[in-house]
Design a protein around this ligand. Structure first.
Ligand code: DP6
Length: 346
């Protein structure tokens, strides 16, 4: 008996950053992200439970990728208690990303959330549970994705998601993300995210190592307190009384702080490049000169995410083409939008 499941799951961009974790992928501070749309993973998995020779095959873009196996095997081992059928199964995972692998865009959020959704779906088939998609199901999917990669917990919800225990939000949890869609005012619903690919080189320090370096970081406790304060402020800025100005200052401060932490730890490192800094300065200059509310955020790498309302697409796109593309590797950038969410595919 071979069972199969296919899911598409999006990438997300954290506005309040998860940086530092403990235990089984539990965050040291809560984070909040926008879910993207154009950047996503399409995954199909085939499972033959009760195989005499259990195996894992990982295909990416149709070719076998043995280098992906250790991370997936480690994930499987962590979830054997939930999915005992995995222990003796033949598993084939076939996935592809809409964004080029190695373009410097973190793929773990979209890939691990797609994998979590596929596994949960297979589990339902094994237990002959009718296809469900109630809140409990999505919560479980988020918790499972978290075990694969922390940021993946947030990718299962469209528009925006909050992950991590947050004062005053009783349904929030370190174990899974919760949808934040209904708390995002119309001002931000059509937000664009243009990802300026400054470098597509492999990162010198992975996110996992980065999280680890937070454990003895001299500024760790201050950082977690500031993240909580920034989250409260961002929640207010995104909400019904929406404030684009506050949104901009919180997003940029979070991005810069993430990289400042990297530079100020006991093993300092720098992931941004000269082009990243040039783009940041261009953003500040452009915003000041035009009054257009465009801002930036960064993930754990040199690429820059430009965030702006759809109504300013025209001037911003021409500015990107004439000015910012010059800082990008081969002039490459990706036009994405906020709002995506996972979906079953054929
Ligand atoms: C800077 O989720 O990639 O993008 O849990 O070790 O897989 P692991 O880390 P990961 O870390 C993401 C870090 C970040 C911030 C964020 O997405 O919140």
């Amino acid at each position: 008996m071979t069972l199969s499941s296919s899911w598409r799951s999006p990438s997300n961009i954290a506005l309040i950053k998860y940086w530092g974790k403990h235990g089984m992928q539990l965050p040291n501070n809560p984070s909040l992200s926008f879910t993207l749309s154009a950047c996503h993973t399409d995954m199909k998995i085939q499972v033959m439970p009760e195989s005499s020779k259990p195996s894992l095959t990982v295909l990416y873009d149709g070719s076998e990728r043995r280098s992906f196996e250790p991370k997936i095997n480690a994930f499987f081992q962590r979830i054997y208690d939930q999915f005992s059928w995995l222990i003796n199964a033949d598993v084939i995972i076939d996935s592809t990303n809409t964004f080029p692998h190695g373009a410097g865009i973190a793929s773990s959020a979209s890939a691990m959330s797609a994998l979590a959704l596929c596994l949960l779906d297979i589990d339902d088939q094994i237990h002959q549970v009718p296809k469900v998609s109630n809140t409990a199901w999505w919560t479980r999917a988020s918790g499972l994705a978290r075990i694969g990669s922390g940021s993946a917990a947030r990718s299962v919800f469209p528009v925006a998601a909050l992950w991590g225990e947050t004062n005053g939000i009783k349904e929030s949890s370190d174990a899974f993300a919760i949808p934040w869609t209904d708390h995002v005012s119309g001002l931000f619903r059509d937000y664009q995210d243009t990802i300026l690919i400054v470098s597509s080189e492999e990162k010198t320090i992975s996110s996992s190592v980065g999280h680890e370096l937070m454990s003895d970081h001299v500024h760790a406790e201050t950082r977690y307190a500031v993240a909580r304060k920034n989250l409260d402020a961002l929640i207010a800025a995104l909400g019904s009384e929406g404030s684009v100005d506050h949104f901009i200052s919180i997003c940029e401060s979070e991005a810069l702080q993430l990289h400042a932490l990297m530079m100020a730890g006991s093993t300092p490192y720098i992931l941004i490049g000269p082009e990243t800094i040039s783009i940041i300065k261009e953003v500040w200059r452009f915003r000041k000169e035009t009054g257009i509310p465009v801002c930036f955020t960064l993930d754990a790498g040199p690429n820059v995410h430009l965030l702006y309302p759809a109504s300013f697409k025209d001037p911003i796109h021409s500015w990107i083409k004439t000015k910012l593309a010059g800082y990008c590797a081969d002039g490459f950038f990706i036009l994405d939008v906020v709002g995506g969410g996972p979906e079953r595919i054929l």
